[in-house]
Write a protein that binds this ligand. Structure first.
Ligand SMILES: NC(=O)c1ccc[n+]([C@@H]2O[C@H](COP(=O)([O-])OP(=O)(O)OC[C@H]3O[C@@H](n4cnc5c(N)ncnc54)[C@H](O)[C@@H]3O)[C@@H](O)[C@H]2O)c1
Ligand SMILES: N[C@@H](CCC=O)C(=O)O
Length: 543
């Protein structure tokens, strides 16, 4: 019961700490990293608020130090998926009846806990578990997750205020109900913030959630789950399980109470989910909401008027931060012939200066890729390029997995704009460059648009405003996040709502009102003050 309208003003983005030498944040983070490494952790699943230990323990190793063990997680199976669904459904009624201001307070408190007491733990678990350097962890597992929580509370409060008009004698209102049933959140390895956002955005709207994170993100996901519990999230509202993806799909997509899936990951997995849901349509009570943000083959196009320094730096950061394991990472570049030599020289020099190694050495810009499967997949693209006449390695190209899954940041130059590494998502530190005739700019834009099935992010670099206008129009559907004179990565919640179309997903823009609408099912209520008591229209009374 509420006796007032409560205010949730637009938040400011959480400031990014810079971890400069001697800074207090660096000192705290170093201590936390040492503390985390001192003791192996035993990680349970969280079902119905209880820590569930199955005894089927799987070791977790830092991708950059595979001989070291951070701890073990308890792997689940079919029955744990069913338990998670049952616990969610059991929690549903009470959760959906809690007042908005009390629901909101839980997520705002979680954001505050991450900003203060647990900042170094969120960053530390992300650094060690996913091999992110301090800065990349800070923008993800501290700032972005805090922003998701705070901005979504603000956006949802704005949605709740949107009400219809009422004619004299009646009162209309719109109630934003949660969905009937449970929501399934399936999250990727690469962003701790996405792991946090997918279950909480649906839960904030009053839904109950089964959350399955990627195996390689469990170390930071469990940290977030513990923070949610400390912030007061009632038992069963979000249930975190570690189970095989296909088993999860088989059980959840067959369940009559399945209400929707909030997915981020590869296009192939999402396509399988969509197909299975379609085949099972007759089982469900309602049409399930299907939200999926998927792969990318993100481009950088430079015009002949572009600043070569800006292009080279955008490529170095856009392609190689977090080892290129961002769905937004620059992975194909189109450079005009007039500046190609200069851009390539500058890029190669920057890449050669990048240090690679563990996350504990803060001078390393590059760390390891996530796991052996990824390592082998990326290496294969590089090895094939080494053998192909159409490709030339400009810098990098070496891989070494003796201590960790290390792949040098690699720039390939190709003479074929449809060469395989210009088209397919590699999801690693590999950038391919194609040099085009500087006078063929418009034709090149058409090529960019047609080269890959994805449409996630892309950048145009130019000083000439007409060239920027042309690219903005010609590439309208080639990217859901389009950048002018900036790298295609690093979207900030509240500033650049994130998501792409075509094979890159449903474009429901994480961290925006557009996304929250998908977890709501509005009910219109009309109340008439003086209902008519005679069916006859006035004109029926006289001829
Ligand atoms: N568009 C975006 O916003 C965005 C953001 C981050 C990552 N991504 C994409 O995610 C991919 C990298 O992440 P990943 O390697 O963790 O992706 P992935 O598709 O391998 O896994 C994503 C999640 O799906 C689960 N899964 C795998 N197979 C499943 C199945 N058959 N049924 C149900 N669940 C299943 C995984 O265990 C994991 O939790 C890249 O393609 C990247 O572009 C997209
Ligand atoms: N939102 C992130 C990418 C998320 C996908 O991996 C960015 O904008 O770089």
């Amino acid at each position: 019961m509420s006796y007032g309208y409560f205010n949730y003003p637009l938040p400011v983005n959480e400031p990014v700490l810079n971890y400069a030498p001697g800074s207090p944040e660096k000192e705290t983070l170093k201590k936390t990293l040492a503390e985390l490494k001192k003791k192996e952790i035993d990680i349970p699943m969280y079902i119905g608020g209880k820590a569930v230990r199955t005894g089927n323990k799987v070791a977790i190793h830092p991708p950059h130090e595979i001989a070291f063990t951070l701890g073990h997680y308890h792997a689940g199976e079919e029955k744990h998926i069913r338990q998670a669904i049952d616990s969610a459904l059991k929690a549903k009624e009470e959760w959906s009846n809690i007042s908005w201001e009390n629901r909101a307070a839980i997520f705002l408190k979680a954001a505050d806990l991450i900003a203060t007491k647990y900042r170094s733990y969120m960053n530390g678990t992300t650094m060690l578990g996913q091999s992110k350097n301090a800065y990349q962890a800070e923008i993800d597992s501290a700032c972005e997750i805090i922003d998701f929580l705070r901005f979504n509370v603000h956006y949802l409060s704005e949605i709740y205020r949107q009400q219809p008009i009422s004619s004299p004698g009646i009162h209309n209102r719109l109630e934003y109900r949660p969905l009937e049933g449970f929501v399934l959140a399936v999250t990727p390895f690469n962003f701790t913030a996405i792991g946090g956002n997918l279950p909480t955005s649906a839960a904030m709207c009053g839904n109950v959630v089964v959350w399955k994170c990627a195996e390689t993100q469990i170390y930071s996901a469990q940290m977030f789950m513990r923070i949610l519990k400390e912030a007061g999230l009632p038992d069963g509202v979000i249930n975190l399980i570690y189970v095989p993806g296909p088993t999860l799909g088989e059980i959840c997509f067959n369940h009559p109470e399945f209400a929707g899936v909030h997915f981020t990951g590869s296009t192939g997995v999402f396509n399988t989910m969509w197909k299975t849901i379609g085949e099972n349509m007759s089982r469900y009570k309602s049409y399930p909401r299907i939200v999926g943000e998927t792969g990318g083959k993100d481009f950088v196009v430079a015009h002949k008027s572009a600043n070569p320094d800006a292009v080279a730096t955008a490529l170095a950061r856009g392609a190689f931060e977090f080892q290129g394991q961002k769905c937004s990472a620059a992975s194909r570049a189109y450079i005009p012939s007039n500046i190609a030599a200069e851009v390539k020289n500058k890029l190669v020099a920057q890449v050669k200066s990048m240090k690679m190694g563990t996350v504990e050495d803060f001078t390393n810009f590059i760390n390891a890729v996530i796991d052996q499967r990824s390592y082998e997949k990326i290496k294969k693209y590089i090895d094939n390029a080494k053998k192909d006449k159409k490709a030339k390695i400009l810098v990098g190209g070496n891989c070494d997995r003796r201590k960790g899954y290390f792949i040098e940041p690699t720039v390939i130059e190709t003479t074929d704009p449809k060469y395989v590494t210009m088209c397919e998502e590699i999801f690693g530190p590999v950038l391919t460059i194609y040099t085009y005739d500087a006078d063929q700019y418009e034709k090149t834009l058409a090529l960019v648009d047609a080269t890959s099935p994805y449409a996630l992010t892309g950048s145009i670099f130019a000083q000439d405003k007409a060239a920027i206008d042309l690219a903005t129009n010609k590439l309208r559907n080639a990217a859901g996040n389009f950048y002018v004179n900036d790298k295609p990565t690093g979207a900030v919640v509240g500033q650049q709502p994130f998501g792409g179309a075509r094979a890159s997903g449903t474009n429901d823009k994480a961290g925006s009102q557009l996304n929250l609408y998908r977890w709501l099912s509005a009910r219109t209520i009309k109340e008439t003050f003086n209902p008519p008591v005679d069916y006859r229209y006035p004109f029926l009374n006289e001829q």
